[in-house]
Design a protein around this ligand. Structure first.
Ligand code: FAD
Length: 300
């Protein structure tokens, strides 16, 4: 018989969402004991080659502030943006948003998502109400309204009145809770990279709608930017086989040279873009959050 551990809340998945949920529960409810089960080993910044940057608005950075990681993040993995400029390849349509229009110091922040996740995991381990188990494999799930829900793992069983599934787009808890999901391929590839620009990025998030899909350019420190270029498979293949120099020329052209000449700071990475939406976001004592509940196009 495996060891049985009873908690007030069990969270599965220590990504940005699961880690934030566990910390928020502990901060808001001083008696709430939380277990967090994560499949991977704890994150380390040394192995960090993931270039993903996320744009977060005031509400999301407010959560990071509440759980005590935002100040650390501001020192080296966070950049405020004041303006968004959106334009179209095939029309004169343009849209502009500025923080001045809404009387705010910024519209939001660009966040290095791995660095943020690393700080959240460090905060989890330091919190006296939270037990984190890394490197853990999930087995079965018991889910009934009449008794505590229990997830069994190779390190014991974890029970609580509520289990939060924050285990990402391929959620095992969602499958074990028999919640179906509608998966849809955008039939696009997302190419991400970090670039340096010869003209100032003006603390602006740029987005241009091109024939194949949107190209987003997010401002970072030192006049660098993070790009997310969504395009159909044949064009993505052409871009991927280009030399760095050819790719940068194509990118500068796609941006109508508004950021001048560009050069790559990190190698490009690419991945297929899919959406998924769960048929429902809860079933008895299981609640889905984050990508386990739904995920959409990164530039949506
Ligand atoms: C290029 C790109 C740009 C984006 N830009 C933005 C943006 O600007 N703003 C924004 O809000 N969002 C953005 N997103 C989306 C955002 O990154 C995701 O929605 C968010 O990171 C999802 O977090 P999550 O914690 O739900 O899932 P994940 O990050 O997938 O984390 C899931 C966690 O669960 C763990 N796990 C998985 N299976 C198990 C298991 N069986 N047992 C235990 N643990 C498990 C994983 O190891 C992982 O730690 C972007 C996405 C992409 C791809």
């Amino acid at each position: 018989m495996s060891k049985q551990n009873n908690y007030d809340l069990v969270v599965v998945g220590a990504g940005l969402i699961g880690a934030s949920v566990a910390l928020l529960a502990a901060y808001k409810m001083p008696k709430c004991r939380v277990a967090l089960i994560e499949r991977s080993p704890r994150l380390s910044l040394q192995q960090h080659n993931n270039q993903r940057v996320v744009a977060l608005g005031q509400l999301a950075t407010g959560v990071l502030d509440t759980v005590g990681v935002f100040k650390d993040l501001q020192q080296n993995a966070c950049f405020p943006y004041q303006r968004m400029f959106i334009w179209d390849q095939h029309s004169r349509g343009e849209l502009e948003f500025s923080s001045n229009d809404v009387d705010l110091p910024q519209l939001g922040h660009m966040i290095d998502s791995v660095h943020c996740n690393y700080l959240l995991q460090r905060a989890l381990e330091a919190h006296p109400q939270i037990d984190v188990v890394f490197d853990t494999r999930i087995g079965e799930l018991e889910n009934s309204e009449n008794t505590l829900a229990t997830v069994s793992t190779n390190k014991g069983c974890y029970s609580a009145p509520l289990i939060v599934a924050a285990d990402g787009g391929q959620s095992s808890i969602r499958r074990l809770a028999k919640i179906s999901t509608n998966q849809h391929s955008y039939e696009q590839i997302g190419i991400v990279a970090k670039i340096a620009c010869s003209l100032p990025h003006q603390n602006t998030a740029w987005q241009r709608f091109l024939k194949d899909g949107p190209l987003g350019v997010l401002p970072l420190a030192n006049n660098q930017c993070s790009i997310v270029w969504s395009c159909k498979q044949p064009y993505a293949q052409r871009l991927n086989v280009m030399s760095d120099k050819e790719f940068c020329l194509e990118l500068a052209e796609a941006l109508e040279h508004r950021l001048g000449e560009v050069s790559l700071v990190n190698p490009r990475q690419s991945f297929p873009l899919n959406s998924n939406n769960s048929a429902r976001y809860f079933n008895q004592r299981i609640v889905l959050v984050g990508d386990a509940a739904h995920s959409i196009h990164p530039l949506a």
